[in-house]
Design a protein around this ligand. Structure first.
Ligand code: ASN
Ligand code: ZN
Length: 334
């Protein structure tokens, strides 16, 4: 086979991982023909162009440096693994073939610029780009970030939620929800699934995650509950009530430990919510996003959309439907 996990790579955040690669002559390319033809390129600190396709002599990637340090290939291993795992998650969970559901992969670029502390999806190039982080030592290539960013592409090709106001918060939450879905799906022993976003990339420099879905305000800026005026808040913080809704729907309110991580999720009204599990919660959000949400859906509309999705999937008198209603009410969306 060509491109079907022929290679293996030493990643920065996910241990040693299988990689879809392709043999071309006597060298291997970081080109995954099994998943829509995804390619991983080296921008080598440039900020434009496609860059150079990664190649390797022995199909064992990211192992050229002394142990504990990185090679140029290391971020590429994480990016390729992130793309293939995101592809597999969407296929396996929802039967979706790629970001546009057309069987064709995007491509990824790593080593964007210098000290660039971000990663971003672009509809214009239909591509994913990763910076190397501060000191060029913390590439933003963790699995949940990869899943988050590529999910922006899925949102853009489905509901098309406008990236400002309440719809922008829902757009961001959709990326956190499915990025988290990717991380749980991978079940990677070095990077277990959790309801934290970006805990591996250490953007705050103190090991704290970018976002917490059980209680979004733990980051010091995100909102736990809907209130009027939420639409004026930065989309990375107005996502809070929807992330919180998702946590309550999947896991429930109160204290619990999942994969060794402790959570304590409050409710606005002191109510108790009993979760229906991550798998069903993901199905409901995906169906809502792809069937009922539009570019201008706001929080009230998200409640209606997820209730319609739950009704389609499980019935209008189901526990799942009732829990969707209870979880929205618990974040002050009624
Ligand atoms: N990494 C950021 C995000 O996906 C990029 C942006 O500001 N859109 O939210
Ligand atoms: Zn985002």
């Amino acid at each position: 086979y060509q491109g079907i996990e022929t290679g293996s790579g030493k990643s920065l955040y996910s241990g040693t991982v299988p990689l879809g690669t392709t043999k071309s002559g006597s060298t291997y390319q970081l080109y995954d023909t099994a998943r829509g033809g995804h390619k991983t390129y080296n921008l080598a600190r440039k900020t434009s162009g496609t860059g150079t396709l990664f190649t390797d002599a022995d199909d064992v990637w990211g192992t050229g440096a002394a142990s504990g340090s990185s090679t140029d290939q290391t971020a590429a291993v994480d990016a390729a693994y992130g793309a293939q795992t995101t592809w597999d998650f969407y296929k396996s969970a929802f039967g979706r073939s790629g970001i546009r559901n057309d069987g064709k992969a995007a491509y990824s670029r790593v080593h964007y610029g210098s000290n660039y502390v971000n990663a971003f999806w672009s509809d214009a190039c239909f591509c994913m780009t990763y910076g190397d982080g501060s000191g060029n030592t913390h590439p933003l290539t963790s699995l949940d970030v990869a899943g988050h960013e590529m999910s922006h592409g899925v949102t853009s090709h489905t509901a098309g939620l406008v990236y400002s106001g309440e719809s922008g918060g829902l757009n961001e939450a959709t990326s956190d929800i499915f990025g988290t879905g990717v991380e749980f799906y991978a079940n990677n022993s070095a990077d277990k699934g959790d309801y934290l976003v970006g805990e591996e990339i250490d953007i705050n420099g103190d090991g704290s995650p970018l976002r917490h879905m059980d209680k979004p305000s733990k980051d010091g800026a995100s909102k736990d509950y809907w209130s009027s005026g939420l639409g004026g808040v930065d989309v990375h913080y107005s996502s809070g009530p929807a992330n919180h809704f998702f946590f309550l729907l999947a896991e429930g309110s109160g204290a619990r430990t999942v994969n060794g991580v402790s959570y304590d999720s409050p409710t606005a009204d002191g109510s108790t919510v009993t979760g229906i599990g991550r798998t069903k919660a993901l199905q409901i959000w995906y169906k809502a996003l792809t069937t009922y949400m539009t570019s201008t859906t706001n929080y009230k509309g998200a409640r209606t959309a997820t209730l319609s999705a739950a009704s389609d999937l499980y019935g209008a008198t189901s526990t799942e439907y009732k829990t969707v209603a209870a979880a929205w009410t618990a974040v002050n969306v009624s």
